[in-house]
Design a protein around this ligand. Sequence first.
Ligand code: NAP
Length: 285
Amino acid sequence: MKQVLLNDGNEIPAVGFGVFLIPNDGSTYRAVREALDAGYRHIDTAVAYFNEQEVGRAVKDSGIPREEIFITSKLWLQDYGYAPAQKGLESSLKKLATDYIDLYLLHQPYGNMVHAWKALEDAKAAGKLRSIGVSNMTPKIWNALVPQFDLKPAVNQVECNPYFQQRELRALLEPDGVKIEAWGPLGQGNKALFAEPAIAALAKKYGKDAGQIILRFEVQEGIIVLPKSTNPARIRSNLDLFDFALEEDEMAQLRALDKGHGTHDPDAPGVGEMLLRNFNVHENE
Ligand SMILES: NC(=O)c1ccc[n+]([C@@H]2O[C@H](COP(=O)([O-])OP(=O)(O)OC[C@H]3O[C@@H](n4cnc5c(N)ncnc54)[C@H](OP(=O)(O)O)[C@@H]3O)[C@@H](O)[C@H]2O)c1
């Protein structure tokens, strides 16, 4: 598996397995076991996915040494601020049944970010977190918030796929070695994207499927991808990206698919309040 070097010296596998919207009714456990069997060594979960516990159990039961698996989780909005973030992190550690997390993100860029980030910096210094990062930061949000942080984030996990290639953000983050992680790397299953003629032609040429062409393109662009699937065949195929390479003119054809915007606009007014209202991670406590 290709590894990507982060700006804090740690390495992250270029392909991770995403578990957003996989329920905590045994499905997440089964999908993560399937992914680990297929060769994934990087799992992307979050407090707000309500499935950290099943991820932790699947990792333990796999028998694979903990240090060989890269686990990401993300703090949710109700836990922002210094003390709440510390408490939220302890809860993630407990649910994941681990004494450290490889990468912990501030999931959404609203509310008391600065104090929550300080808690993550201190947890990193204490060895509970190996790397820390943010998510859903647009250039505007990045420029407003990150100058207030002591440590630069290692990653910014954002919507990214051939239709929304995040060029402005990538140019902004590059000088600091901040890596983009793509959420929705397959356009969340967008059928129009899979049917793009340029993608279909490359799939034919390389004997791959459209998903593999899209993911290979992103990985070749230096982006960390987190494809999600509950289908065992797709779980496997989404990792099978390393026996071919796209040529420069083919990369250019796929770069030309960029529409410059995605399905989610973190800058839109009221998004933070809406997310806080709609996802309450303490609802069942
Ligand atoms: N930070 C954030 O705010 C944020 C937001 C969204 C997501 N994420 C992370 O990013 C991960 C991925 O994003 P996502 O789950 O939204 O979208 P995605 O991975 O782009 O797409 C998943 C969808 O595509 C389908 N699919 C998977 N592989 C396929 C293939 N090879 N061919 C055709 N269809 C395929 C899946 O269906 P099947 O299951 O039936 O295969 C599912 O419907 C999440 O799981 C989560 O870890 C983070």
